[in-house]
Design a protein around this ligand. Structure first.
Ligand SMILES: Cc1cc2nc3c(=O)[nH]c(=O)nc-3n(C[C@H](O)[C@H](O)[C@H](O)COP(=O)(O)O)c2cc1C
Ligand SMILES: O=C(O)C(=O)c1ccccc1
Length: 386
């Protein structure tokens, strides 16, 4: 919809009054600005990835390798970027990824992201590992679309409690992240011995949960923060989970369920067989398995394996409108962005997040127009060079 492209016009016309954008409109350049201006350890935590970061680089290289072949005289003046996803109407096929510990970027963290997303009609996926509680974020995103991302804890009662809380706070869909039950080997963080959670950042949903409190003692505050953090590390992830455990999710969540972190076609088939509604093809932005396949390279086989049995979403490396088009061409129905909006948050709070969303959506809208693509639902593999 042309309204998305208004950001371009707005920027140029403000320029006539001598006003330049506060932040770069190229989301790759935004990372370099973030590196200069943000607290070095917090920046390193966000920018970093596993091992030699080869998978993080491969994610971008996979987009670089694919090329679009634009069409002329297609008569597309106003491309339709909208879609229906899990029964929800969305203005564009772009959502905000779950990202933990956002309060290391900005004191308002998840609240600022929720406000920006709600104002622009973009869906926010809230991480379990947040600096504000899911109830606080729900209040900040009033009227907005919100999904909840579960880090499936060892304690089943705690998992149930999280799902119950998310449901009553109005989160529509459940994203269950499978690729991060164990923190990966991340040299940027290791070399600075920096892990935000050990300082009690990002555990708001845990310390306010009655089930968690039972294990630590209530109330949880400065006096027992150390015990709380230890209890958090003990329950956070469960590497012993297997496909046998997946029915638990269905028993405790009656809305759409999406499994995040899928890279193999057989895992996508398992998800479909287990009655899941969606998968996110993702390698966690290269943060978990160094040497893992680029997420974009994993996408075609996953999409082919599940057909329309489950909806396929995608993340890891999306930075431009044409990246969105490439991912959709290779089988995704929608994409999510991670680091770019986190840098926006760190640099300018809610306004920075808005800048990132508006930049990407305007770029998508304009790129569809110049490629002659009438609607996101009509993006097929043929749009890419063989
Ligand atoms: C700082 C940071 C924290 C993250 N925390 C979470 C999280 O709590 N839950 C989750 O499912 N994924 C988390 N992710 C992964 C993102 O959801 C997403 O998969 C990844 O950032 C996508 O790649 P991109 O950053 O290249 O867009 C995190 C990523 C970053 C950079
Ligand atoms: O850092 C991450 O990638 C991540 O997913 C995470 C893990 C635990 C808590 C917060 C974020």
């Amino acid at each position: 919809m042309a309204v998305l492209a208004d950001y371009q016009r707005e920027i140029y016309f403000r320029g006539l009054d001598g006003v330049l954008p506060d932040l770069p409109t190229d989301l790759d350049a935004l990372e370099r600005t973030a590196e200069r201006r943000l607290e070095p350890r917090a920046f390193a935590y966000v920018a970093g990835a596993a091992g030699t970061e080869s998978t993080a680089r491969a994610n971008r290289a996979a987009f670089e390798r694919r090329r679009i072949v634009p069409r002329m005289l297609s008569g597309v003046a106003d491309p339709d970027t909208s879609l229906e996803l899990f029964g929800e109407w969305m203005a564009a096929p772009v959502l905000l990824d779950p990202v933990g510990v956002l309060t290391i970027m900005h004191p308002e963290g998840e609240l600022a992201v929720a406000r920006a997303a709600a104002a622009l009609g973009t869906t926010m996926v809230l991480s379990t590992a947040a600096g504000h509680t899911m109830e606080q974020v729900a209040e900040a995103s009033a009227g907005g679309s919100r999904w909840y991302q579960l880090y499936w804890p060892k304690d089943r009662d705690l998992a149930e409690s999280f799902l119950e809380r998310a449901r009553s706070a109005g989160y529509r869909a459940l994203v269950v992240t499978l690729d991060n039950h164990t923190l990966a080997w991340r040299p940027r963080d290791l070399d600075q011995a920096y892990l935000p959670f050990l300082r009690g950042v990002g555990i708001a949903n845990y310390v306010t949960d009655p089930v968690f409190q039972k294990a630590v003692g209530s109330p949880i505050g400065e006096h027992n923060l150390r015990e709380a953090v230890l209890a958090w590390t003990a329950t956070f992830g469960d590497a012993s989970l297997s496909w046998k455990d997946v029915p638990f999710l269905r028993e405790h969540w009656d809305g759409p369920i999406i499994l995040k972190g899928i890279l193999h076609a057989d895992d996508a088939r398992h998800a479909a067989d287990a009655g899941m509604d969606g998968v996110v093809v993702s390698n966690h932005g290269g943060r978990q398995v160094d040497g893992a396949i680029a997420a974009l390279d994993a996408l075609p086989a996953v999409a082919a394996a599940v057909g329309d049995r489950v909806d396929v979403l995608f993340d890891s490396g999306i930075r431009t409108g044409s990246d969105v088009i490439k991912a959709l061409a290779l089988g995704a129905r929608a994409v999510l962005i991670g680091r770019p909006y986190v840098y926006g948050l760190g640099l300018a709070g809610e306004a920075g997040v808005r800048h990132v969303i508006r930049s990407l959506l305007a770029d998508l809208d304009i790129t569809m127009t110049v490629c002659g693509i009438p609607a996101v639902g009509e993006i097929t593999p043929e749009i890419l060079a063989a």
